[in-house]
Design a protein. Structure first.
Lengths: 249, 174
């Protein structure tokens, strides 16, 4: 039968098979794109105090405030199928029973770094400008409002240079105690979000053309609990200029 | 339409109906097979809210995997809040326990300012990996799932589609 309906069906069927095949080819082809990410992550300071870590906290508990330096070159993670990278730093520390229970882990900072081809979104990271140029910026602000980028001026997506960065989240433990713990580690992780295909997380070992991450780890110990001598200013968190507008769900 | 249906031989009509039943049962078995393979009650989900933007938008299709029980921080999990049957897609930002102890997770949507503590059940401050989590997101296809959002928002579309499918299968003569 060659009526209009069967022709429409055939065209639609052909369209979906071609679209599916193209999407599959794109998703698999990222393995051909070489990756060589490097990073240097260092602890700047860590403090543990007792209080309410959020406005919605129901109880007073110990929380840690971790500042860090990060200098990373992740530009090779951006290929033709990268929509964005979710970059995050975790603090992990041994559990109460290290022989049978794996370490506890918590995110202290994260950033969404879009590819240059991704549409603008209010929730992406805005890279801070180095302090030396702040004065210049103030005069420039009078004119056109500049849209912040997720990387330093003149660089490309994947370059991050942070100096004494405040955390985005203060972290607590399930036991409400986090002071005096040793053998803790700060680690840089990422999650590559594709246009279509598989989500990829940090690889530390080389797989084919993808080299593992060089660096991006720092060992530290949680200090003893501090009292009121710590100024509130020193315990502030800082977001990357994102404006989170999502409803709770 | 019914004229052409009546013109069919009874044997032919029965064959067409069986054919339709075969299509439906194949789709059902594929879904259940995928469910067994991924160990997840719903291996493919459609994003319903914008709380994970810009990673996932409404209508994006997500493929889940539920065999890696040791969920890590940074993974995107789909979970059900206790007492409610709405699946939520959010990222894990804290984990405690695991191994011989039960694994507790704290989640947050990339697009939300606060973590999910307020979203959980009243007496719950962490998710239980083995009870609450449906699976972890491993694959992503944009926009394709928007059809199901349309279907759930306009129920008459569902009926119309079923009637159209049944009619086209039964009436097709090769």
């Amino acid at each position: 039968m060659h009526n209009t309906l069967t022709r429409v069906q055939n065209v639609f069927g052909f369209f979906t098979s071609v679209a599916f095949a193209a999407a599959a080819a794109i998703a698999i082809s990222v393995l051909l794109s070489p990756q060589a990410p490097t990073a240097s992550l260092e602890l700047r300071s860590v403090q543990v105090v007792k209080g309410r870590p959020h406005y919605y906290s129901t109880k007073r508990e110990e929380y840690a405030h971790i500042k860090f330096d990060l200098d990373a070159d992740l530009t090779t993670l951006f290929n033709w199928n990268t929509k964005q990278i979710f970059l995050y730093i975790t603090a992990s520390y041994p559990s109460s029973d290290p022989s049978t229970i794996p370490p506890s882990e918590a995110v202290i900072w994260d950033a969404i770094i879009p590819s240059n081809y991704a549409p603008w979104h209010q929730n992406t990271y805005i890279h801070p400008t180095p302090k030396a140029t702040t004065k210049v910026k103030k005069t420039a602000k009078k004119g056109k409002k500049e849209i912040g980028k997720a990387y330093p001026a003149g660089a490309q997506p994947g370059i991050i240079k942070l100096d004494g960065q405040k955390p985005k989240y203060q972290i607590t433990d399930v036991s409400s105690k986090i002071a005096d713990r040793s053998n803790a580690t700060l680690t840089l992780h990422w999650n590559i979000q594709p246009w279509v295909g598989a989500l990829v997380w940090t690889n530390t070992k080389t797989v084919g053309r993808w080299q593992g991450l060089q660096g991006g780890e720092a060992k530290f110990n949680f200090p003893p609990l501090k009292g009121t001598e710590v100024k509130k200013d020193e315990l502030k968190t800082e977001t990357g200029g994102e404006r989170n507008r999502g409803s709770p769900a | 339409m019914f004229g052409s249906l009546a013109a069919l031989q009874p044997r032919q009509l029965a064959a067409q109906i069986l054919n339709f039943a075969l299509v439906l049962s194949t789709a059902f078995m594929l879904w259940k097979g995928l469910s067994v393979f991924t160990n997840s009650s719903s291996p493919i989900v459609v994003v319903l809210s914008g709380s994970m933007e810009p990673a996932f938008q409404r209508g994006d299709l997500l493929f889940l995997w539920n065999r890696g029980i040791e969920t890590q921080v940074g993974e995107v999990v789909v979970y059900n809040v206790r007492g409610k049957d709405i699946p939520i897609v959010h990222r894990v930002i804290r984990r405690f326990g695991g191994g011989s102890a039960p694994l507790s997770l704290l989640t947050k949507g990339d697009n939300n300012a606060a973590d999910d503590t307020e979203l959980y059940a009243h007496d719950q401050s962490y998710l239980d990996r083995s009870k609450d989590v449906v699976g972890s997101v491993v694959g992503f296809v944009p926009f394709v799932g928007y059809v199901t959002i349309l279907l759930s928002e306009y129920p008459w579309l569902k009926t119309a589609m079923l009637i159209f499918m049944a009619a086209s299968v039964v009436l097709q003569r090769e």
